[in-house]
Write a protein that binds this ligand. Sequence first.
Ligand code: HEC
Length: 174
Amino acid sequence: MAFRISVLALGAVFHLLIPGNTPAADDIEKAAAVKEEDGKHLDAEGNPTFKFENDGTVDWYTFSGYRRYHSDCHVCHGPDGVGSSYAPALATTMKNLDYPNFLAIVAEGRKSVVGGKEVVMPGFGNNKNVYCYLDDIYVYLRARAVGAAPRGRPPKKADKPEGAKAYEASCMGG
Ligand code: HEC
């Protein structure tokens, strides 16, 4: 809990130092779930978000995102999104990346030159094991970035919603 409070405090200081800084970084308040559609949680802007119960149970999408992240992303971005010498720490940088940009980068990939070396983020737009679960991965990383999810496997998860089963069947089958 102390960690969560210090993250919030840091966010407040940051806003004071850089007035008018746009777009505002994501934080635990912006990420608050205000609406639920069949086990999928949305924030006030309608973007996917996480919801955790007081007993530590995480929503299905966060848990699924944890698993998908650790099968397709962690080799470069590090366990729990902590980063590596090759790729950025998404558990930090996702604070400054909104949902549409996240979708675009993961679908298309990206390339840059860092310290004279080319680094490549592969595009996953034709990998169903990733693109059928983009919201799951987004929600998991969002929870990490705003300081809601600790490192490691979530201890308890909500049941898989019917909507998630139906979407998975149509996306993976289509
Ligand atoms: C082969 C290594 C590799 C894999 C696998 C990989 N990435 Fe990346 N990713 C990178 C690199 C390198 C960058 C930085 C690219 C740049 O700056 O141009 C990056 C950048 C990103 C960014 C932009 C981050 C920022 O701070 O702007 C996102 C989001 C991202 N990756 C998500 C993912 C997700 C989600 C997965 C798994 C589905 C994934 N990546 C798998 C190497 C990888």
